[in-house]
Design a binder for this molecule. Structure first.
Ligand SMILES: Nc1nc2c(ncn2[C@@H]2O[C@H](COP(=O)(O)OP(=O)(O)OP(=O)(O)O)[C@@H](O)[C@H]2O)c(=O)[nH]1
Ligand SMILES: [Mg+2]
Length: 415
């Protein structure tokens, strides 16, 4: 089937969720789904949450609820629904038949947002692959659903490219993308091994989405990375070398925000963008201290870090957005899982110097302090210290060069 250009109508959607346990986080999850829909450019016109013990295997929600949704769609003039969990191909098909409208789910929505935010070649390939796999499994139901509006959520590929719908084309495209991905990964490995040789320390900013990681990255680097109120503004890790204090240099890397209920095959697809987290020496956990969901979000972050097997790394937690708090709310922010807690604001700059200092101190703790006198014919060793360690002082004396420095363990024995 050929996709032609359509003018994009603003979709009017109803959110549909299932609460399996009373008092669980379904409501918060559906609220977040609404934000995701907004990020994807749709208008949320209503919401339906069904309490039932199990998700209906055939239609996601029960028969009675379907009737209720159908009625609501009509009343609110909605163009589609978005379910808060990933629908099976059968559920998508059945709902589509029952409701005769565009049926979407959380995964389709997240993929759509990812598609528009992916920046790097690798990010784009990963997103397109995930989209095509999702699509290939649901071609029948999804095909009807997507042709209904001609465009909108679910039809956008990386770089606003329209997606093709034909099964055979999908297969060819997938195998092509896989080859390209291998190539990109090989290249990245190369760069990474070079980076390891120079012993540069890597500090990664992690945290829930929209907490201000990119804002802090910007403040620390002066770099122009995308900072956006929309969810998932950062899809690819961005890495910059910065001087953290004195002659101490680090690679600072910004990462994509974590989120609850990120579908598992997506976690896999995007692990590569989070690999920076796995090879980091220090994690800076950014928290939105103005959010009522702060604790829950921190929990999701630590769970995700455990999934990534990065939960043993030293953490500095920054309680960001302090500027949004009233004076009496600014008290005792402390994360007991972290080496250090800092209250700050990327916007006012509060706490940023403290953060630099904390990173610097932690890195120093991982290095060994030396005070030595080198004869002039050993000057080459000082060059090595300068390159791999942190030279604090060098004094040219009659009897040689006096050096104070922090050196990494790897060269401690040889200098
Ligand atoms: N008031 C206030 N707003 C902030 C602060 N830091 C970030 N923001 C705002 O919070 C929103 C999200 O900031 P980002 O830096 O894009 O958040 P992020 O954590 O990088 O988000 P993702 O990349 O989507 O994971 C933006 O609208 C920022 O302007 C802060 O210290 N104070
Ligand atoms: Mg960001």
């Amino acid at each position: 089937m050929e996709m032609t250009e359509f003018k994009e109508l603003r979709e009017r959607v109803i959110l549909v969720g299932v609460q399996q346990v009373a008092g669980d986080d379904t409501e918060e999850s559906v609220r977040e789904l609404g934000e995701l829909a907004d990020t994807a450019g749709a208008e949320v016109v209503g919401q339906v949450i069904q309490r039932r013990e199990n998700i209906h295997p055939g239609t996601y929600i029960g028969k009675g609820k379907i009737d209720e949704v159908r009625q609501l769609m009509w009343e609110l003039d909605a163009t589609g629904i978005i379910c808060d969990d990933e629908l099976s191909p059968a559920q998508m098909n059945n709902l589509q038949q029952e409701l005769d409208c565009k049926v979407m789910d959380r995964t389709l929505l997240i993929l759509d947002i990812f598609a528009r935010h992916a920046v790097s070649r690798e990010g784009k390939i990963q997103v397109e692959l995930a989209q095509l796999r999702y699509r290939a499994a649901r071609l029948a139901g999804l095909g009807n659903s997507l042709s209904r509006l001609g465009g909108g959520i679910g039809t956008r590929g990386p770089g606003e490219k329209k997606l093709e719908m034909d099964r055979r084309m999908i297969r060819t495209r997938i195998s092509h993308l896989k080859k390209e991905l291998e190539e990109v990964i090989r290249h990245r490995e190369l760069i990474r091994s070079q980076r390891r040789k120079t012993e540069q320390k890597i500090v990664a900013l992690v945290g829930y989405t929209s907490v201000g990681k990119s804002a802090i990255f910007r403040t620390l680097t002066g770099a122009d990375v995308l900072e956006d109120a929309k969810l998932f503004a950062t899809l690819d890790t961005t890495t910059r070398g910065i001087r953290i204090s004195g002659s101490q240099e680090i690679l600072l890397t910004d990462t994509v925000g974590f989120i609850r209920k990120l579908p598992h095959h997506l976690v896999d697809a995007f692990k590569s963008t989070l690999e920076e987290v796995c090879c980091a020496d220090i994690l800076v956990h950014v928290v939105d201290s103005a959010s009522v969901q702060m604790e829950a979000q921190m929990h999701v972050v630590y769970e995700t870090l455990r999934d990534l097997e990065a939960d043993k790394k030293p953490v500095i937690t920054v309680f960001n957005k302090q500027d949004l708090l009233l004076l009496e709310e600014k008290h005792g922010f402390r994360d007991y899982r972290a080496e250090q807690s800092i209250s700050g604001s990327a916007h006012t700059g509060e706490g940023m110097e403290e953060l630099r200092q904390a990173i610097s101190d932690l890195l120093r703790a991982q290095k060994i302090y030396i005070e030595r006198l080198y004869s002039y014919d050993k000057a080459g060793l000082i060059q090595l210290i300068r390159k791999k360690g942190e030279l604090l002082e060098e004094k040219y004396q009659e009897d040689g060069i006096f050096v104070r420095a922090y050196v990494p363990e790897s060269i401690y024995m040889s200098v």
